[in-house]
Design a protein around this ligand. Structure first.
Ligand SMILES: [Zn+2]
Length: 301
């Protein structure tokens, strides 16, 4: 159900087999551990907790949420003894959006019937927060773009970065900002890292980082170009819908096959970010889009 990997001494990552290859992490000290993000489903978060508390035999003292999305922050509930740390906006959005949203999920998904949103107790906005865990130093820093509250966690001694969704196999900006994400990716590229734990997908190794950052930046340029081009037409959505994820240099199999769908959402959202309105479809095409509007709420990634 979840894949576990030991990245360095006392540093672990976990990846979901069930939902969008979402990841979480843990850094373990002699007396207690830190969890970085929770996974999408309660049973997966419980598997992380069991591994740390039963197999490694230490309690979880802190949970860090990289951002407020359900697949990263709704499992805080399973660590009642822990203090939750996050960006100040993460706390605000969990409260304003997470709480109403879990109320509706609970009604049709039994797995969530007891789950409550736990708001971060310690928050920060700019700069760095340091957290010492045994011999490891964690530095928490803002890394916006996927969403404004995204933070990354650097394990200084190992040069391992838990990037949250600033790093995904396909950059995703629907709830964020393309300029911020571009700046964040450039920053990650300059950090001199051994590994990047992406918020979704596999771990990026040192030798792959340069190419990975370049690919993600060129995807962002490609969608920007596509949106600009479409904006010159009377019915921009007709043009945008012809731009596939492959046209923008990425494979459709990424993120468990969700790439094409996330790419479509990126194009529409970027159009909105650049021009302040959603792209129009020609009247003949319009009816094809009605279904699409229905699943627009489902913003987990
Ligand atoms: Zn995510």
């Amino acid at each position: 159900m979840i894949q576990r990997e030991r990245i360095a001494d006392n540093v672990y990552s976990f990846q979901s087999d069930l939902y969008a290859q979402v990841t979480a992490g843990a850094v373990i000290g002699p007396n207690w551990g830190v969890v970085i993000d929770t996974l999408a489903l309660p049973e997966e978060t419980l598997a992380i907790r069991d591994f740390i508390e039963q197999e490694l035999g230490v309690p979880v003292r802190y949970v860090i949420n990289t951002h407020y999305h359900a697949d990263h922050a709704w499992g805080n509930y399973f660590f009642p003894g822990a203090t939750v740390l996050a960006h100040k906006l993460c706390r605000q959005w969990l409260e304003e959006r997470g709480i109403p949203s879990i109320d509706s999920v609970r009604k049709h998904n039994l797995a969530f019937r007891n789950v409550k949103i736990i708001l971060p107790q310690i928050t920060f906005t700019d700069g760095l927060v340091g957290l010492r865990v045994g011999k490891k130093t964690l530095s928490l820093m803002p890394m916006p773009g996927h969403c404004a509250d995204n933070v990354a966690i650097l394990v200084e001694e190992d040069r391992v970065l838990f990037a949250g969704d600033a790093c995904m196999p396909l950059p995703y900006i629907v709830d964020g900002d393309i300029d911020d994400l571009t700046a964040s990716l450039k920053k990650v590229g300059r950090m001199g890292l051994e590994n990047i734990v992406q918020g979704h997908g596999d771990i990026i190794l040192r030798g792959e980082i340069e190419g990975y950052i370049k690919d993600n930046l060129s995807y962002l340029s490609a969608i920007r170009k596509a949106v600009r081009k479409a904006s010159r037409r009377k019915y921009p959505l007709d043009i945008l819908d012809e731009v596939t994820v492959e046209d923008c240099g990425k494979s459709r199999v990424l993120i468990g096959g969700l790439a094409e769908e996330l790419h479509r959402r990126n194009l529409r959202a970027l159009y909105h970010q650049m021009f302040g309105e959603f792209p129009q479809a020609s009247p003949e095409e319009e009816e094809d889009y009605e279904d699409y509007e229905d699943d627009e709420d489902d913003e987990e990634e």
